[in-house]
Design a protein around this ligand. Structure first.
Ligand code: NAD
Length: 391
């Protein structure tokens, strides 16, 4: 079986789906690896590095698609809504496609992927179990985003982060507030602390309190309780508008006291909740920074403009998307390790095995034989349940 890696085509994307260091593991698992020429260059991985580890370089993108039995991408059509569609005619029935496919996004797009006949696996659907932890690309990219978000915000802030006692006087430390303490939020807390800021964090999942504190953050307690704050998979759940209104009211003071607010609050498949209003932005000191990691999902701040940086009431609001591409070397390395763990789980004796009783392959399988076959996605998109085939 041949595993193919194409160069990412999303504008500005610098990651690559497999890095040279994982090639020997794939070869050991009975797979061959082909890579589009130049696919890893922007992440720091040259063609010669892939060749040294046993991969073959193919000059044309179309050759990679034609040769690969399993095609690995970071942003597949679905998550790549700008140039991804151009890949559809290159895909073929029975070919395996693995990557970010945004399965809870547009029904039309997923139907188009399904219509190619590819057997696609969406990494976003990876179960959050101990067994699947090494394959969890969402967590890997969340880690990268949380780290990079702090660096971007720190670079924008007109103040220093650490407390300094100098001959020119004492500098007080920056105050950073993280809203949403999932994987990205926790990494942001750790990074901001390392830079010397005083860090507070809030999440509606009470379970996050201990994690925030273990990283040296102060947990912001609000006198409201979310209903079933966490779903069975560990994700935050959508709340009603009265809950969000109360949250905004209670967050007002702590937001006003912060130099930087980094927001990461998302609910799978839903528009991100608005947790920062214009009034709250007005309450922040001039020069403060909001970095909205939920910008791609509509944003946690009502003034966020997706993909843009704007200044309102003296506050810089960064709505940058695809933040993980800003650390392409390690983002690619982590993604490649996740995919390698996933592939070596799926491939037995050089052949792809699809075991309906295996939670990992069942939960991530999105399309097969022209159909959207994922039960969770079908329910989410209000598609009728598939009738199990006899035999
Ligand atoms: P996420 O990216 O889905 O959401 C980010 C955070 O926003 C979550 O913590 C969520 O609770 C929070 N949020 C949503 N709405 C909010 C609101 N209105 N107000 C405040 N906060 C709000 O989350 P994630 O990074 O995927 O992590 C969710 C949980 O899953 C974490 O506890 C994480 O440790 C856990 N997890 C477990 C595994 C595993 O067991 N294999 C893997 C990854 C993550």
């Amino acid at each position: 079986m041949i595993v193919g890696v194409s160069k990412e085509s999303y504008p500005g994307e610098r990651r690559v789906a497999l890095v040279p260091m994982v090639v020997p593991n794939l070869i050991k698992a009975g797979l061959e690896v082909v890579v589009e020429a130049g696919a890893g260059v922007e992440a720091g991985y040259l063609d010669s590095h892939y060749v040294e580890k046993g991969a073959r370089i193919l000059p044309q993108r179309a050759d990679v698609f034609a040769t690969a039995d399993v095609l690995i991408q970071v942003l597949c059509y679905g998550s790549n809504d700008i140039t991804g569609k151009a890949d559809l005619p290159l895909l073929r029935r029975g070919q395996v496609l693995i990557g970010f496919l945004r399965p809870l996004g547009s029904l039309e797009v997923i139907q188009q992927v399904a219509a190619t006949g590819v057997t696609s696996f969406s990494v976003e659907l990876m179960p959050r179990t101990t067994r699947a932890q090494s394959m969890d690309a969402l967590s890997s990219m969340g880690t990268i985003c949380g780290y990079k978000a702090v660096l971007i915000a720190a670079d924008t802030l007109p103040r220093l982060f650490p407390m300094l006692t100098t001959a020119a006087g004492t500098i007080t430390p920056a105050r950073v507030l993280i809203i949403g303490a999932g994987v990205a939020g926790l990494q942001a807390i750790a990074t901001a602390r390392r830079l010397g800021a005083v860090v507070s964090a809030y999440d509606m999942r009470p379970a996050s309190k201990e994690q925030v504190q273990s990283l040296g953050g102060r947990f912001v307690e609000l006198p409201i309780e979310a209903k079933n704050a966490q779903d069975a998979r560990g994700y935050g759940t959508a709340q009603d508008e009265s809950f969000y209104a109360r949250q905004r009211e209670l967050l007002m003071k702590v937001v006003g006291e912060s130099d930087i607010v980094i927001t990461t609050a998302v609910v799978p498949g839903k528009k991100a909740p608005v947790l920062l209003t214009e009034e709250m932005v007005k309450g922040m000191a001039p020069g403060s920074v909001i970095l909205d990691l939920a910008a791609e999902r509509g944003g946690n701040c009502e003034l966020t403009q997706t993909g843009k940086t704007v200044v309102a009431h003296g506050v810089t609001i960064i709505g940058r998307i695809n933040v993980a591409t800003g650390v392409p070397y390690h983002a690619s390395q982590m993604y490649a390790r996740n995919i390698t763990a996933f592939l070596t789980h799926l491939v037995k004796g050089g052949k792809l095995t699809l075991d309906a009783n295996d939670e990992i392959s069942r939960d991530t399988l999105l399309t097969k034989d022209g159909e959207i076959v994922n039960q969770r996605v079908r329910e989410f998109l209000s598609l009728p349940a598939l009738v199990p085939q006899a035999g």
